[in-house]
Structures are given as structure tokens and as C-alpha cells.
Design a binder for this molecule. Sequence first.
Ligand SMILES: Cc1cc2nc3c(=O)[nH]c(=O)nc-3n(C[C@H](O)[C@H](O)[C@H](O)COP(=O)(O)O)c2cc1C
Length: 221
Amino acid sequence: MKILALIGSPRGMQGNTGRLLEEVLAGVHAEGGEVEVVSLAQAGMQPCVACDACHRTGICPLPDDYESIKEQLLGCDAFILASPNYIFSVTAQMKAFFDRCNGLIHCMALDGKYTALVETSGSGGDDEVLAYMAHVAGTLGALTVGSVGSPQAGVRTFPNEDELYGRARELGRALCAAVREKREFPEQDAFRQAFRARMQGVVGYMQEYWPFEREYWRNKG
Ligand SMILES: Cc1cc2nc3c(=O)[nH]c(=O)nc-3n(C[C@H](O)[C@H](O)[C@H](O)COP(=O)(O)O)c2cc1C
């Protein structure tokens, strides 16, 4: 089982988010999952330039690692998104990645994949950031298995660490179980169906300009 973890901290795995992600990955490893971690900062994720090439051709022409990360995402069984809270949202690196996923979102191309979400903050607001990440994951077509977030209590340390790390490891195990058992999350169906109709509508009225996405939905049905 292939699990791809994308971390949006400029500190990569060396920071607080990396520390919490380590515990989630311990849970994945306990279930026999094969993990690959990608630091979006190290990948030099550039901001979208709105060239629309993804909609027209399915390929982003910007010269960084986005296309290879996209292939890894399409090839994995499940993925993890991990970001610190930066001013009530994700980091610029993670947001740049989300923007670059615009073509994937229009196609809900990660339909059938599972995700788990990880966040840390200086002093709170964790649920707000996790809800945003879950929303984006849903627009990608993925099913959110769960999330874990916490304020820090120092460098790479958190309040109630034993309890937090226990939940983080459990989340990693639950992610693998969801893949293995093809778990369903009916409470996420209404959003996914509505978003699917919305994307098919957008691609429908732009079909002359966005042939890749037009063909994608024609083939997917
Ligand atoms: C630019 C910047 C913005 C931040 N904004 C917030 C914020 O709005 N709320 C908060 O609680 N913490 C905020 N923080 C603190 C980080 O979320 C926190 O230290 C986090 O654990 C850092 O994770 P990392 O070590 O993985 O990078 C901010 C930190 C930076 C550098």
C-alpha cells in the first residue's frame, strides 16, 4: 500500500508539523504501509500563473516538481496533507500546491483515494485550517479519513503529547484500514456529488477552451 505524505512547512520534516506527521507515519508503518514524504518547500513549488495549460492539455508547464508529485498522487493508494497554520490557513507552499492542483480539482482526479490531514499551530485555530484542507481534499475527489492538529508547546513538542501522539498513530492506522477495507464515508457523498455537478458544469461551458478536461469528463461519464 503506497502512502504519499506532502508537507507544506518551510522547515520540512524538521519542524513541529514534521514531528506530528512522524507519529501518523508510525501508524502507517505499523500497518505495513509504504511511505514517501515530499517537502513542498524543497520541491520549490511555484505559484500558478493561470496559463490554463492544465485545463487544455492536462500538463502543467512550470519547471518544478509539480508534475512528478502529481504522478505520485495519481499512483498512490492514499495521501497525507500536513501544514502548519499560517495566518488562519495553510502555508504559502501548500496553497501554491493547491492552486497548481486546479486541473486535478476540475476533474476530481483523486476520486477513490483516501486522505488524512495533519496541522500544527502556535496557539490554536487548528480546526479551521483542518476544515479548509478537508474541503480542498474533497474537491480533489478524495475521502477524508480523519485529521489531527495541535498547538505547539515549544520546539517539536505539544501539550498532552501522549494523547496527541496516540491519536496521530491511530489516524495513520485508520488511513491504511480505509484503503484495505475500501471504507465508505456517506456523510461526504452530498458534497462530492454537488461538486462533481459543479465541475461538469464549468467544464461544459468552457469545453471549447479546455479540451483535456472535456475529454476527461466524457470518458469518466
Ligand atoms: C508566517 C507565520 C504565520 C503563522 N501564523 C499563525 C497563526 O495564524 N496562528 C497560529 O496559531 N500560529 C501561527 N504560526 C505558528 C505556526 O503555525 C507554528 O509554529 C507551527 O507549529 C509551525 O510548524 P512547523 O515547525 O512545522 O513549520 C505562524 C508561523 C509563521 C512563521
